[in-house]
Write a protein that binds this ligand. Sequence first.
Ligand SMILES: [Zn+2]
Ligand SMILES: [Zn+2]
Length: 570
Amino acid sequence: MKIETIRHSLAHILAYAVQELFPGVKFGIGPAIENGFYYDFDLPRALTPEDLPKIEKKMREIIKKNLEFRIKNLEINEAKKIFKDQPYKLELMNELKEKKVKCYETGKFIDFCKGPHVRSTKEINPESFKLTKIAGAYWRGSEKNPMLTRIYGIAFKTKKELLNFLKAEVEAEKRDHRLLGQKLELFSFDEEVGAGLPLWHSKGTILRKIIEDYLYKELTSQGYQWIVSPHIGKLDLWKTSGHWELYRENMYSPIKIDEEEYMLKPMNCPFHVKIYKTKIRSYKELPIKYAELGTVYRYEKSGVLHGLVRVRGFTQDDAHIWCTPEQLSTELIKLLKHGFKILKTFGFKDYDIYLSTRPEKYAGTLKGWEKATNLLKYVLEKLKLKYQIDPGGGVFYGPKIDIKIKDSLGRSWQCTTIQVDFNLPEKFNMNYIDKKGRKQRPIMIHRALIGSVERFIGVLLENYAGALPLWLSPIQVWIIPVGTHHKKYAKEVTKKLSDSEARWELKDENETVSKKIRDGELQKIPYLLVVGDKEMNTKSVRVRSKNKDLGLISLTKFIEKIKLKIDNKK
Ligand SMILES: [Zn+2]
Ligand SMILES: [Zn+2]
């Protein structure tokens, strides 16, 4: 039995329990989600957290009745009669093209649903689920629709798994990057600016810059050329690329400039193609690799926006590679290896790898898709990487390899994506001249290694609970003079730190040393240096790191030590 099936079946049972406790409730939808399920309701009254245990109790009673999930294939008119008091279900039914509707009946509850479900509630352990929270959710995610009440639950196969999950969740809450971002003054959001549009403060900008500089160096060493492209481009460009036809729902409305329409870019690809096309290219130049830290804008429903990991404007570490068919597998292997190296530097060593295949809406030919998909498979197998297939998860122009990194709590985060594209080179009529002087079509690879700088920083913060490794810390050292007559020596320390390019702050405000130490620890500053008489007289510093006193260390030694760490990206 798949856990998703149990989770979704529990959504039905939740709806059944709510129907029993709140007669007249109107039902939205109730899918299985990661770790659990939810159901949306239009309720006669607002819920309070005290309602959840009562609903849970009712759910357990229902489960223990060993009720069957009975499938009913109903004529659409018949179904509409049954759901005549359920406006949301009717709305969904009215969109159906089929004449028959699949419904499932459990006890006195019937739902219009494709399934699959458990056969009977006895397949569900009544002790391995829990209702977790109540939230508002717009019907179908749109602000124009009524706000429904969403009840979330989590569910596992065993009670032990449930308890472990709850424990991990307490830990995860402490690591919420949205709270850390605020506390560490890295970024903020502002309602007047708009949802999903982060404002980067000084320290957050330093962190971005460190990551970007590292990527700049790494990619340059791999033969990438850096380019910059505009944030908007004419609608016609997006028509040629196929985005207008197949990616429109992720794009914002056109902007009118003079008499022409422009689009905010959801991707950088067409611009990179245009740079490629400014010259006749020879096979000798291939592979050509263009990289850009390109800021793109994609429409996300307001309900799914989440801190930095789901935003409406973000910076991709984007690159495109054009190569000959013969070079393709070698390039892909190089890319994957290099990607793993970069992720490892940031401290990520565990991955889930997915091969995403052709989606419903696609460009290009079936043959092209098959060829590209097989090639990606070949490369994954050649590198002996374990992977799963994500059917239909590809982008409209080609199949892709996605790498989800696992953080210190074992949670997965989508980062790297590598996509093969036979389509754009065709659409833009891209060529190179081969050995025999004939025109040939290059193959295009789209790839992002860390994915988006924003999301990656969110993941880093959660992974390290805000205590970033030294090389990534926006401020690496605080210098805390004990008294006013130690300020001069403290300045001397800052000068030495500046000389070795360490990032520091001098804390000479009128506060006690212990208060400053406490603040520094809350701010997750890697090293706190206290300087008083003894330190001044011996040209040393008293070092505190990770809530521990490391004692007196000579200033020169301390600087050597951190420099080594920073150079080794520790
Ligand atoms: Zn169902
Ligand atoms: Zn692209």
